[in-house]
Design a protein around this ligand. Structure first.
Ligand code: PLP
Length: 361
């Protein structure tokens, strides 16, 4: 059809594996002889039920979810979890600890204040969120209901390289932008959540992994739809789930399995990121935003000597088929989001482009 695909470095919604899009395309009007599209099916039909159950099983297997955890397929985005988490979890003691390491964890901590006492256990604001604080900087409240942090800061390009140690305080983690990119010991967490549109599926699906015993402590005014218990009791089918996104998640899980699962992906993504960071560090006109040791393998934030050069870079890159390299409006600069689905060739090609641009100045 002559429609050239670009290398899309968007921070989200972002690139999906081509193989997944092609399979979804092939099945779009008639899913496996059902005579209809997955978009047109009742979520209670037999054919859709199989898609749901299979996707759930693949997700649990690939992410290594222990039996005492429930996986929920919800709507509302990761942002809804900023409210849903305190509504459901803060009631045990009325207090929660938050690590503030970027934009989304700031919003999450502010939202939680509506529901209880929030203590900022650690913050990287002193250096404009260019680093992840060390464990010994974290000041825990012994009676916190939970400790919340964001594993990968999509806008600032930093990523926690360790799991914070919080003793008996349940860990709650926003993994929206690095879920499925590395193995995670789920048993260390009380709750993990992620919007699907970075590493898993199209926008519209939010995955929540919750240790069963943490549900059922919701505040009295918690809306029915915002109560984890409602969703657990009905296996994410209390109302219509995001059916199409769940189907695509299943296809992405098949693709991920072929990459060697999360362990295979960890090697691939780390190789891609190291290639880009090494080149930027050795360039004449580019600087990385995040400190070494805190750098994200998913969102590489950097900038050229000045704003004009950043703009020139974005313009020329776009013309050459590398899109969405402009940094977030709150930080400026440049950002290459290299999620799981970005092929290694895409990063190699971007490196070549950066090298030439750097030499041409
Ligand atoms: C994108 C993102 C969000 C917001 O997700 P929505 O689905 O748009 O609500 C929250 N946290 C992180 C880490 C993100 O990357």
């Amino acid at each position: 059809m002559g429609n050239q695909r670009v290398y899309n470095f968007s921070a989200g919604p972002s690139i999906l594996p081509l193989e997944v899009l092609e399979r979804a395309g092939a099945e779009i009007t008639n899913y496996q002889g059902s005579g209809m599209s997955v978009m047109e099916m009742s979520h209670r039909s037999k054919v859709y039920d199989k898609i749901f159950v299979d996707t759930m099983a693949k997700f649990r297997k690939l992410f290594g979810v222990p039996d005492n955890y429930k996986v929920l397929f919800l709507q509302g985005g990761a942002s809804s979890q900023f409210s849903m988490i305190p509504m459901n979890l803060i009631g045990r003691t009325g207090k929660a600890d938050y690590a503030v390491t970027g934009n989304f964890s700031t919003i999450a901590s502010k939202e939680a204040k509506k529901y209880g006492e929030v203590h900022i256990a650690v913050s990287s604001e002193d250096k404009k969120h260019t680093y992840i604080p060390a464990q010994d900087k974290i000041v825990l409240s012994p009676d916190a209901s939970y400790f919340h942090y964001c594993a990968n800061n999509t806008i600032y390009g930093t990523e926690w390289q360790y799991v914070p140690e919080t003793g008996d305080i349940p860990l709650v983690c926003d993994m929206s932008s690095n879920i499925m990119s590395r193995p995670v010991d789920v048993s260390k967490y009380g709750l993990i959540y992620a919007g699907a549109q970075k590493n898993m599926a199209p926008a519209g699906l939010t995955v929540v992994i919750i240790r069963e015993d943490l549900a059922g402590h919701e505040l009295p005014n918690t809306p029915l739809m915002f109560n984890y218990k409602t969703q657990i009791d009905k296996d994410s089918m209390y109302n219509t789930p995001p059916c199409w996104c769940i189907y695509i998640l299943g296809l992405v899980m098949d693709w991920l399995e072929k990459q060697g699962g999360v362990a295979g992906m960890e090697k691939i993504k780390h190789h891609k990121a190291a290639m880009l960071y090494d080149l930027l560090d050795s360039s004449k006109h580019f600087t990385c935003n995040a400190e070494p040791g805190s750098r994200s393998d998913m969102n590489v934030t950097f900038r050229a000597d000045n704003d004009e050069l950043d703009a020139k870079f974005v313009k020329e890159a776009t013309e050459a088929g590398f899109t969405n390299l402009k940094g977030h409006r709150s930080t400026g600069g440049l950002r290459a989001s290299i999620y799981n689905a970005m092929p290694t060739e895409g990063v190699e090609a971007l490196c070549e482009f950066i090298k030439k641009f750097d030499a041409s100045i």
